[in-house]
Write a protein that binds this ligand. Structure first.
Ligand SMILES: *Cc1c(COP(=O)(O)O)cnc(C)c1O
Length: 400
């Protein structure tokens, strides 16, 4: 590491709050599926800024659209309409099958909005204030209070109790545990269609269909968190499309703006017409012209570049390579995933492999202590997968 990079890291450690154990590199610029640190060392990126930069770095059309918007108008507030938000909402609705959209600045805020929507929907039905939400073990929905309250990792919650209350945790893919938690106060069931941070656990089809059925029977709202698995990562725009189910509320963020901070929660007309109304919710930045221009451009580029086609074409190849790693190394016990959202479960912590991969120019992340997570930009090629495989197998060989 150069003296300059070392100095940057020392400065960062002096000034930034110590909420992350960062990897010891300072990233400076990107191009396609590659990132470069301040020493000009190249990395093949299989993390995409945590499933964010789906289009790859330095996409000219994306960058030009943002530059154009910067010169036009960056912010107006929600007291007025703006064209990028109108375009983005139309495209989001078309892609998700939802009817009404609210743009936020992050994933956690999209979850907050979804929770408030569900509570208001139930409140308007019976005027009660003690409605319950069922969430899942191993879930991750974000770090703000509402989102943290439905996050299934007690370690993240402990120091910050009490949470918002009336949250029950069921087991993902265990319909009996969901049934056991339903009461006459249940207003919503929330889960990630494919659990991300918790270890890459896709919903099983029987589970998600049963949950949908229960929700319909009891007028409980089904909230699917597609912040990580949505926006094409699974091979469909939204992962729930694989299952033939339809949520009442869907949340999005991460790849939605491909790097510009933006999220969304969206709902069916039925929920939209009987929940949040003027004065119930808001955000100064939410849905601002710059963020929405990013969203609108991302949707355009997804079709122009045939992003879904690439994911679907290469998923079997990626899965094949990951299975080959599993067959080669007994330390790898399982592969799970959907599309370009894959996990390899190890019988040992994966931290040392991640560090070794960085040394060899591959950026990869974990999902829990023992699981390697593969969430590359959606534009990777067969050649990139081969390179990843070559570097990773060396790293695993040298580590365990
Ligand atoms: C990342 C993530 C969130 C939180 O999003 P932020 O933008 O970090 O607030 C919520 N749910 C899921 C499934 C996520 O992956």
């Amino acid at each position: 590491m150069s003296k300059l990079m070392k100095e940057y890291i020392e400065e960062a450690e002096k000034d930034l709050l110590h909420t992350y154990n960062r990897y010891q590199i300072v990233l400076d610029h990107g191009n396609g599926v590659h990132l470069y640190d301040t020493d000009e060392k190249e990395y093949l990126d299989f993390a995409a800024g945590i499933a964010v930069f789906a289009l790859g770095y330095r996409n000219k059309k994306y960058n030009d659209a943002l530059k154009d918007q910067i010169d036009k108008l960056i912010h107006t507030s929600n007291y007025y309409y703006n064209v990028p938000a109108i375009d983005a909402a139309k495209k989001f609705k078309k892609a998700s099958g939802m009817d009404r959209v609210f743009f936020t600045n992050s994933g956690a805020e999209a979850i907050e909005g979804a929770i408030k929507t569900a509570k208001k929907y139930a409140f308007l039905k019976d005027g009660k204030k003690d409605h319950e939400i069922i969430a899942m073990d191993h879930s991750f929905h974000g770090r703000t209070y509402g989102a943290l309250s439905v996050t299934g990792n007690p370690k993240y919650r402990e120091a910050f109790e009490p949470m918002i209350g009336n949250i029950r945790f069921a087991k993902m893919n265990d319909i009996e545990s969901v049934k056991a938690n339903i009461t006459d106060k249940t207003c919503a069931i929330i889960f990630e269609t494919v659990q991300g941070e918790g270890g890459i656990y896709p919903a099983e089809i029987t589970f998600i269909k049963e949950v949908e059925k229960l929700c319909r029977q009891k007028d409980i709202l089904l909230i699917l968190d597609e912040i990580q698995c949505g926006m094409g990562r699974s091979g469909k725009m939204f992962a729930f499309e694989h299952y033939g189910v339809k949520p009442d509320i869907v949340t999005s963020a991460k790849a939605l703006g491909c790097g510009v901070p933006v999220g969304a929660f969206a709902m069916t007309e039925k929920v939209g017409a009987h929940s949040l109304c003027a004065g119930d919710h808001g955000s100064t930045y939410g849905g601002n012209p710059l963020a929405c221009r990013a969203v609108s451009t991302v949707f355009d580029l997804f079709s122009e570049m045939g992003i879904l086609g690439n994911v679907n074409k290469l998923t079997p190849y990626l899965e094949g390579k990951l299975d080959a790693l599993k067959d080669e190394f007994p330390v790898i016990t399982k592969r799970r995933g959907l599309g370009f959202m894959q996990g390899l479960e190890f019988s040992k912590p994966v931290g040392p492999v991640i560090n070794k991969a960085l040394e060899k120019g591959l950026i990869i992340i974990n999902a829990g202590t023992n699981i390697l997570r593969f969430v590359p930009p959606l534009v990777i090629t067969k050649d990139d997968i081969d390179k990843m495989y070559a570097i990773l197998s060396e790293c695993i060989k040298e580590t365990y």
